[in-house]
Design a protein around this ligand. Sequence first.
Ligand SMILES: Nc1nc2c(ncn2[C@@H]2O[C@H](COP(=O)(O)OP(=O)(O)OP(=O)(O)O)[C@@H](O)[C@H]2O)c(=O)[nH]1
Ligand SMILES: [Mg+2]
Length: 296
Amino acid sequence: MGVLGRLAEGLKKTRAALGQRLEGVLSSALTEEALEELEEVLIGADMGVEAALELTQALRQARPRDTEEAREFLKAQALRLLGRGQPLVVFGQRPFVLMVVGVNGTGKTTTIGKLAHRWVSEGHSVLLAAADTFRAAAAEQLELWARRAGAQVVKQRPGADPAAVAFDAVKAAQARGIEVVIVDTAGRLHTKAPLMEELKKVKRVLGKAHPEAPQEVLLVLDATTGQNALRQARMFHQAVAVTGIALAKLDGSSKGGMVLAIRKELGLAVRLVGLGEGLEDLRDFDPQEFVEGIFG
Ligand SMILES: Nc1nc2c(ncn2[C@@H]2O[C@H](COP(=O)(O)OP(=O)(O)OP(=O)(O)O)[C@@H](O)[C@H]2O)c(=O)[nH]1
Ligand SMILES: [Mg+2]
């Protein structure tokens, strides 16, 4: 790892994709034509039309004197759009309950394993709820992560009601004085209404086990999916009021610009990024480092 941290390292592909074209535009006289090209470059980097327009418009008005000034201005605007970092922290009346949702295979269970490891390392007691009762071997996968992290698990037989597992997990945590419950849910397509209803039920039932629960609802998006992830986010947000995003697989993605689209178009903050498959490969999303990482 160099001067740049792991997040900026993970943004290597995004930076490379943006690379020369951005360089070309910024080093030209910023004519209207060049600004239009910039807009295209930003949209091509998955920042979404709205964020791309906003950044370009700001640059149009700023009339920077040279490339460096243009780049710094772009960074400042992107940073303004992102706002301050919002790390995911344990809070509220015990237990703190985090519900984790998302489409199939985005990285939910892996992110939960990494989070459990982090919170256990910080001295919290953690219990994982295997509310993915749909996929065979989902509970075993979660148990494996729990063992690695030093967390407990509550599970039931395959096919059990996920809301019942979630409820039991919170009750078990209360009985055992555990501080954190992380609820793993089955991957589901945002377009399948009955599955989204099931998710709403899990959330409702968590509220019956503990009046504050779930204190956070984390949507895990796959950073390699780009604009489709935005559609997913919209539907999940509608169903269960997402409070934050974890962007997994950023290490293999050239679409890191989607962080800006998520913020601008959905008003949701990326709180965590996944940078690999290991226990330690999770970082808080740091807007400053992100902006340096993509505009370099
Ligand atoms: N490179 C990389 N791979 C990741 C990351 N996060 C998850 N993965 C991989 O993505 C695959 C799917 O991860 P899971 O955690 O099982 O995803 P899931 O959302 O729980 O999947 P379902 O429960 O089937 O919906 C696994 O092979 C993980 O190792 C990441 O940040 N970087
Ligand atoms: Mg899973």
